[in-house]
Design a protein around this ligand. Structure first.
Ligand code: NAD
Ligand code: DAU
Length: 378
């Protein structure tokens, strides 16, 4: 089956991993990446696929309604997968307006272009999908009722073998009420509501998925794992927010891409699916795993980089615990992640150490100044 897919935000972390996955698996699909290349988008990431005949890169913003509509008229996409967003919580605390503009207005402009274009076709919405990528952060925060952690009642193949903890008895379900706390999650929640409104009001075939923290190659080094790998390499401090007790559920990015592929082909329209690994970690514990792995791979003695750990002022409104329940996806569509946590983290650290040119390129100049400034203010 041939298919034309517009992937927005494909020069970023998850979008690029999704594009690689799709181009490898479906050589007959045409993929158009729509990305305006903010600080987080990097064209060098897409270099390996730039010359493929079934791939096109378009540098435009999803907020530009005319440009987006023109692209729909040119490409007649069957599907849209919307990754494009401002994605970093700390930045949203400093500059919420940019988050509202991109995440809310940008998503709305994409929805409207899809509506006008698809409704003009004889087949209208038949065979079409608007797939919106969202986050577990829209659900708010869970209590940390087991601060020491107990054996988690649930598992996927992504769960850590050595450390399989749950830090509370509650998990986010697809039916959990939205309760976003940060400007980032508020903007994502708002965009999710617009996507669902386009289904309910106009009958657009939409799907929303909410995923937990991703880790893996090509992640911008302002996010915990690549930031810490890079800082260890440069012997810079590792800023742990608050006491390092906040809990996140971690999933290897390619397993997120595989889940999207599965839901995109087999998921039901108007449904929500949660995606996560049942792989909860306190920040300080995952930081220790990262330090241990980097030191080992760099040939440093064990404990060499522990001294870089620096406790800093907590993130404002820092959500205590996210824990996603992905059993619906496992049961209904048979999704299982391919990588177990210990393999995933080893592969990730190796990738950053082997791709220092990518990291140096993306962290030079503007980002370095921004980061030094952020760190000074903590
Ligand atoms: P990212 O910041 O790495 O990449 C975002 C991409 O979007 C960049 O290439 C950027 O240039 C592009 N972009 C930003 N504004 C744009 C605009 N106005 N028009 C066109 N392109 C624009 O983000 P990511 O971590 O890959 O996240 C992708 C999506 O997945 C986001 O919607 C995010 O909310 C969601 N998500 C992320 C995670 C995670 O752990 N990273 C988890 C769950 C959901
Ligand atoms: O849960 C999904 C979300 O995961 C996505 O929607 C977001 O786009 C993505 O950025 C991520 O959000 P987090 O805020 O959880 O990720 P981040 O890597 O910024 O932080 C992970 C945890 O580590 C968080 O509790 C804050 C803490 N942290 C982060 C940084 C950057 C630190 O302690 N020190 C740091 O320097």
């Amino acid at each position: 089956m041939n298919m034309t897919i517009i992937v927005t935000g494909g020069a970023g972390f998850i979008g690029s991993n999704f594009i690689f996955h799709m181009l490898d698996k479906y050589p007959d699909y045409r993929i158009i990446c729509l990305d305006c290349l903010t600080y987080a988008g990097n064209l060098s990431t897409l270099e390996p696929v730039m010359d493929r005949p079934n791939f096109r890169f378009v540098k435009e913003s999803i907020t530009d309604r005319e440009a987006v509509y023109k692209l729909f008229e040119e490409e007649h996409p069957d599907m849209v997968v919307n990754f494009a967003a401002e994605s970093h919580v700390d930045r949203s605390i400093k500059d919420p307006f940019t988050f509202a503009k991109t995440n809310v207005m940008g998503t709305l402009s994409l929805l409207q272009a899809a509506k006008v274009h698809w409704e003009s076709l004889p087949e209208k919405y038949e065979g079409k999908r608007f797939y919106h990528i969202s986050t577990d952060e829209v659900y708010g925060a869970l209590e940390l009722t087991n601060p020491e952690g107990i054996e988690s009642p649930f598992t996927t193949t992504a769960s850590s073998k050595e450390h399989h903890h749950a830090y509370g008895s509650e998990f986010f379900l697809e039916t959990t009420k939205y309760n976003p706390h940060s400007p980032y999650s508020a903007s994502k929640a708002s965009s999710d509501h617009f996507v669902r409104a386009y289904h309910d009001t106009y009958g657009m075939p939409t799907i929303v998925t909410n995923c937990s923290n991703n880790y893996g190659p090509y992640q911008f080094p302002e996010k915990l794992i690549p930031l810490f790998i890079n800082n260890i390499r440069h012997r810079k401090p590792l800023p742990v927010y608050g006491k390092g007790e906040n809990v996140r559920d971690w999933l290897y990015v390619v397993d997120h891409a595989r889940a999207i592929d599965l839901i995109f082909h087999k998921g039901n329209v108007a449904e929500t699916y949660n995606i996560g690994g049942f792989n909860e970690w306190k920040n300080i514990d995952i930081i220790k795993v990262v330090i241990r792995t980097v030191d080992r791979l760099l040939g440093n003695p064990e404990g060499h980089s522990d001294e870089l750990i620096t406790y800093v002022t907590d993130r404002a409104g820092h959500d205590l615990r996210y824990a996603i329940d992905s059993r619906k996806l496992q049961k209904e569509l048979g999704w299982e992640p391919s990588l177990q946590f210990e393999e995933g983290i080893e592969k990730t650290v190796r990738w950053y150490l082997d791709n220092q040119a990518w990291m140096d390129n993306i962290t030079s100049g503007e980002y370095e100044r921004y980061y030094d400034d952020m760190y000074k203010n903590r």
